[in-house]
Design a protein around this ligand. Structure first.
Ligand SMILES: [Zn+2]
Length: 656
């Protein structure tokens, strides 16, 4: 941890951060004292180390802000990350740095270094480094303001979970036994359910009482409402202002320029193309849900959002899965204790990539429930990672892979961390069972984590995976989900620890037979959300009312209407981090389906030769080359839609 320990008090943290940033500023100024022309050794390498020290502050601060149990430390973490962001905002527009980068002789350097310098020059140009001093000062102030607004929006989401009180325990009808055990009635006889994931997802999937699902979804759709609506309005306004000042027509045009897709119009065409493929099978899926619902309620006219969940498989999806495919994810849950899933995942990675995991026992990191591991490849240390999987008050409430430290070969090892909310805080970790959908999410996030570990040995900060095209970064994680969906992989570790019984073969066969079920509808919703993120940022936001805007764009794709009382845009963290490019998930999925093909052609998801080639061509290079080049090197051709289309078509297959 060096100078940024987990155990620092808020005061110590503030002092250390101020010292590191002060030194970075002095060292940066020092680079321009020499009259000699800049070279890789006299300028680029020292610059990289300065930026790395500030990036460490940013990552450490953001991470503390997301996870620390002490609110005062979270606040100090947020301040640290904002101070580091301010440094970067000023750096990106520093004309001394820009001129030095232009003066570097790139004829004599290796291809990676040249690519990195060109990336830095472009980033600085995009930030306004070529503008006059007055404009640059205004841009720095604007970027700092945008960062503060974004952090405020995220902080509101983290602290504004809601709960709903229900009359008595009968509201829990349909939920699994361990869920019931965790939700005893309060002294008043009432039962309280929260919008945190370990409550929300099981209720939306299993609760028989539609009114319970309706009320909890209503609360979920109004997290951070109304507080975040003016914050979001301001974010849209300031980002539009920033883009206009830099000469771009909209913020989306600015944000997409350095992505694989490059232009808002290309993203729009892409989303329409995917929507055309998924719309029809999605409509048939909804008809199927309605037919099933009418068996419970013959007068039902439509499927409500709380009948088929907004995010994952919902109540009637689950009914059809159990009744028509015989697949009950609740039954699968018994075989998915967290420690076995985790160890099974580790064993899989050992087999695929020849890496080993070593638990670090010892002093508490920042909370006793957090696990830490070192990873090695042969004798070589690959990095360290953290698993923080239990919800807490004030903790980041979604699932994500954070960067705790960027890795640079010969300087420092990468340290990623998974921050998720899979495990109920009242259940001992050794006994905690996982939802199957959470196992898939765990694998997804672990795909990011593996990318961070393998790519954490690049020569420069700016060639790390964190600096590559952002619309590629979901491809490795979406690909890794496939191992969680693979019966052969799951059967290795899915076992009921109470009875010792392995997951029955029939349950796995049912899981496989039903795996395509609902796929088109899920991705139609993702396309709708992607369109909302794109359209919100691809216009002048003056006068936009985000609630009706969200509902209108959503309605252009998904026929089932959103309730006018829902305000999902108040708690959609991607609107800060991803801004206009939520389409990333759909775009990366098309790539991920193609990346899977060499494994499928081998007929074996654990083929070590294919896994080694995948790691070598896709994960290890990080951001040293354009993402499209990595994909081409691995596939031996350009990626295409074929695998994705075949995968979507499988949704049309009838139940066996
Ligand atoms: Zn992801």
């Amino acid at each position: 941890m060096g100078r940024l320990p987990w155990t620092a008090s808020p005061e110590e943290l503030r002092r250390t951060v101020a010292e590191i940033l002060g030194e970075a500023t002095d060292r940066l100024d020092g680079l321009f004292r020499s009259p000699e022309p800049p070279t890789v050794e006299t300028f680029l390498r020292p610059l990289d180390r300065i930026l790395l020290s500030v990036r460490d502050v940013s990552a450490h601060g953001s991470y503390l802000f997301a996870v620390h149990p002490d609110a005062a430390v979270r606040t100090a973490g947020r301040e640290a990350s904002e101070a580091a962001d301010r440094f970067f905002n000023a750096f990106r527009i520093d004309d001394r740095v820009y001129r030095a980068l232009l003066a570097l002789d790139l004829e004599t350097v290796d291809a990676t270094t040249r690519f990195m310098v060109e990336r830095m020059r472009r980033e600085m140009r995009r930030s306004g480094a070529e503008k006059d001093p007055e404009s640059r000062a205004r841009l720095v102030a604007l970027n700092n303001l945008i960062d503060r607004i974004g952090n405020q929006y995220n902080e509101n989401i983290a602290r504004m979970d809601r709960s709903v009180e229900f009359a008595g325990p009968e509201v829990l009808r349909g939920l699994p036994p361990d869920f019931l055990a965790n939700h005893p009635p309060e002294a008043s006889g009432k039962v309280r359910l929260t919008t945190k994931y370990p409550d929300f997802h099981p209720v939306m999937t299993y609760a028989d009482d539609a009114e319970v699902r309706r009320q909890l979804l209503g609360a979920f759709m109004n997290r951070a409402y109304p507080d975040n609506l003016p914050v979001l309005d301001q974010l849209l306004r300031e980002r539009n202002e920033l883009a206009r000042s830099l000469g771009y027509p909209t913020y989306a045009a600015f944000a997409l320029e350095d992505k694989m897709i490059e232009r808002p119009e290309a993203a729009r065409v892409f989303l329409h193309r995917v929507a055309d493929r998924v719309r029809e099978p999605a409509a048939r899926h909804v008809e199927r849900l309605l037919r099933r619902k009418r068996r419970d309620d013959p007068a039902a006219e439509r499927v409500e959002l709380w009948d088929g969940s907004f995010f994952a498989r919902g109540y009637y999806d689950h009914k059809i899965l159990t009744e028509e495919y015989g697949f009950d994810s609740k039954r699968l849950r018994a075989y998915l204790p967290y420690p076995q899933v985790r160890d099974g995942l580790f064993a899989l990675c050992e087999e695929l990539f020849g890496i080993r995991f070593h638990r670090i026992e010892g002093p508490e990191i920042y909370h006793p429930s957090v696990e830490a591991y070192d990873v090695t490849e042969g004798d070589r240390p690959l990095g360290r990672f953290f698993l923080d999987l239990v919800p807490r008050e004030g903790k980041y409430n979604h699932a994500a892979c954070f960067t705790v430290r960027d890795g640079i070969e010969g300087v420092q090892l990468p340290q990623p961390a998974l921050v998720c909310n899979f495990l109920h805080p009242d259940t001992p970790v050794a006994r905690a069972r996982m939802e199957y959908s959470d196992v898939v999410t765990f694998f997804h996030e672990f795909g990011h984590l593996l990318h961070a570990l393998f790519s954490g040995h690049v020569p420069w900060l700016y060639t790390g995976a964190g600096f590559m095209e952002w619309d590629f970064i979901e491809a490795p994680s979406q690909l890794f989900e496939e191992w969680a969906r693979d019966p052969a992989t799951l059967s290795r570790f899915a076992r009921d620890p109470d009875t010792g019984e392995k997951v029955p073969a029939d349950l796995l066969a049912q899981m496989k037979a039903s795996s395509a079920f609902g796929r088109a509808q899920t991705w139609l919703r993702q396309v709708a959300l992607a369109a909302i993120s794109l359209e919100l940022y691809d216009r002048d936001p003056t006068g936009i009312e985000t609630t009706s805007f969200f509902r209108d764009v959503y309605g252009q794709y998904v026929p089932e209407p959103l309730d006018p009382d829902y305000h999902p845009q108040a708690a959609w963290g991607h609107l800060t981090g991803y801004s206009a490019f939520y389409y990333t998930y759909v775009w990366s999925l098309v790539i991920a389906r193609d990346l899977l093909r060499p494994f499928l052609e081998k007929g074996n998801l654990t083929d070590p030769e294919t896994a080694a080639r995948y790691a070598r061509e896709i994960l290890v290079p990080g951001g040293q080359r354009p993402a499209a080049d990595l994909v081409r090197a691995y596939l031996g051709r350009e990626f295409n839609f074929d695998a994705f289309e075949a995968w979507i078509r499988a949704d049309a297959a009838p139940a066996p």
